[in-house]
Design a protein around this ligand. Structure first.
Ligand code: GMT
Length: 375
C-alpha cells in the first residue's frame, strides 16, 4: 500500500507514534510518505520505501497567521498525484484532519477517491479541540474521516462526550517495539548521573501545565529525604523555568538534572529506577510505556488513559491527581529495597510487552482495508 502519514514532527507523543508506525509499516513492505513541515525527530533513516515531503509555507506580510492548512492540503494533493498514494493517515485532528478532508475533496474533483484515517491522540480532543473556537471544525473533520481511531478507551469516551460524533471510533492503543529492548546498552552508564548508592528518578515531557511539573518536584523532594536519589528531567517547555526555581528554593538543585530535549531517551531510561507522570490528564501516556519497556516502574496519576497502561501495584502505582504525599510514599515503597525494586522493574517491562508493535501494526492494516471498503 502507498500511504501518506501526516503528523507533528516534534518530540510530542503523537509524532512519535506516527513515525514509529510508519517505519514499522515500511518494514512490512508498504511505501510510506511522511508529509509535514520538518523531518520527524524519530525518523532516523529515509530508505527506498520511506519518503519525507516537506510542507513549505511561504511568508507573506499581509498574513498575521501563515496558512499552514492550505499549504498542507495542496502538498497532499500534489504528492498523491505524483506518487499514486492510495491512503491518507492523519495523526492529531488539528488541523490535520481538516486539511486532509480538503485534499480529499480536491482530489475527488479529479476522479481520485482517497480514503482518510484520523487518529485522535489526546490534547486535540481534551484541551485544544474542545475549545469553542475550534469545536465545529474539529467535529466536522472527525465526522468526515472514513475511519477514526483513538489511542485509548478513555480518549474514545472523552471524544464521544465532548463532540457530536457520528462515526464509529476504533480504539488502537499506542505501542512499543519490544525487540529493540532485548539489547543491553553497553553505554548504559548510570555513573555519569548518580552515585552507586543513589536511585535515579526520571520525568520526560513537554513541560506544559497539564504535566503538573511542580508535583514532580514535590514528589522528588519527599522521596530524596528517605532514599538517596537524583531526579533527571528531560524535555523543554513553559514550566521548566518555574521547576528550576522550585528546586533552588527547596535546596535540591544539586540533585536535579535538567537535560532538555533528547532523541536518546532509551539511553536515559535504561539507567532509571522510577518514572514520574503525575499529569492532570493523559490520553495514554506513551512516555510511561517507554519507561516501562526499559524496566522502569511508574508512579502516575490515575487520569485519562493512564490506568490502561500502568497497572496498579504491578508496574507501579496510580493516585488521584495532586495526591503528592501518596505518590511519594509509593515511590519510596518501590525504591527502598533492592529486591522490591527488581520485582517492580520486571513487572513493568512485562506489562509493557503487552503493547508490542507486532500486535498493533496488523490492526492498523485492517483499519486501512476498512477505509478502502468505505470510499
Ligand atoms: O502533551 C503531550 O504529551 C503531547 C501529546 C501529543 O499529541 O503529542 O501527547 C498526546 O498523545 C500521546 C500519543 O498518543 C499520548 O501518549 C499522550 O498521553 C497525549 N497527551 C495528553 O493527552 C496530554
Amino acid at each position: 500500500m502507498k500511504i501518506a502519514i501526516v503528523c507533528y514532527p516534534t518530540f510530542g507523543g503523537s509524532g512519535v507514534v506516527a513515525t514509529e508506525l510508519g517505519m514499522a509499516l515500511a518494514e512490512r513492505g508498504h511505501e510510506i510518505h511522511f508529509i509535514t513541515y520538518k523531518q520527524p525527530v524519530r525518523l532516523a533513516l529515509l530508505t527506498g520505501n520511506i519518503f519525507f515531503h516537506e510542507v513549505h509555507v511561504p511568508e507573506y506580510p499581509l498574513f498575521h497567521y501563515q496558512p499552514y492548512e492550505l499549504a498542507l492540503s495542496s502538498k497532499l494533493v500534489d504528492m498523491v498525484k505524483m506518487y499514486g498514494i492510495e491512503l491518507l493517515h492523519v495523526h492529531y485532528a488539528i488541523p490535520h484532519a481538516y486539511a486532509g478532508y480538503m485534499a480529499k475533496q480536491m482530489l475527488k474533483e479529479e476522479g481520485i477517491n482517497l480514503p482518510m484515517v484520523t487518529t485522535l491522540h489526546g490534547t486535540d480532543i481534551t484541551l485544544v479541540g474542545n475549545h469553542p473556537f475550534y469545536k465545529p471544525a474539529v467535529t466536522f473533520s472527525i465526522n468526515k474521516s472514513d475511519v477514526v481511531t483513538s489511542v485509548s478507551e478513555s480518549l474514545k469516551d472523552d471524544t464521544e462526550r465532548f463532540f457530536d460524533i457520528k462515526t464509529e471510533i476504533n480504539v488502537i492503543p499506542n505501542f512499543i517495539d519490544s525487540s529493540k529492548y532485548d539489547l543491553q546498552f553497553t553505554d548504559c552508564n548510570r555513573g555519569m548521573m548518580a552515585l552507586p548508592a543513589e536511585r535515579i528518578i526520571t520525568h520526560i515531557s513537554n513541560f506544559r501545565k497539564v504535566k503538573r511539573i511542580p508535583d514532580v518536584i514535590k514528589i522528588f523532594y519527599k522521596v530524596q529525604k528517605e532514599v538517596p536519589s537524583k531526579l533527571v528531567m528531560v524535555g523543554e517547555g513553559p514550566e521548566k523555568e518555574y521547576a528550576e526555581r522550585m528546586c533552588d528554593e527547596l535546596g535540591i538543585t544539586d540533585k536535579v538534572l535538567f537535560l532538555g530535549n533528547s532523541t536518546e531517551i532509551d539511553k536515559i531510561l535504561c539507567f532509571s529506577d522510577l518514572f514520574l507522570l503525575p499529569s492532570e490528564t493523559e490520553s495514554f501516556g506513551l512516555a510511561a510505556l517507554e519507561a516501562m519497556i526499559n524496566r522502569t516502574p511508574v508512579i502516575s496519576s490515575n487520569s485519562g488513559g493512564i490506568p490502561e497502561v500502568n497497572e496498579q501495584g504491578i508496574s507501579g502505582f496510580l493516585s488521584e491527581v495532586g495526591a503528592v504525599d501518596e505518590m511519594a510514599e509509593n515511590a519510596i515503597l518501590i525504591l527502598k529495597e533492592d529486591a522490591t525494586l527488581e520485582r517492580y522493574k520486571d513487572a513493568a517491562q512485562k506489562q509493557a510487552q503487552k503493547f508490542d508493535i507486532k500486535r498493533i501494526v496488523p490492526i492498523y492494516e485492517a483499519i486501512y482495508q476498512k477505509a478502502f471498503s468505505l470510499v
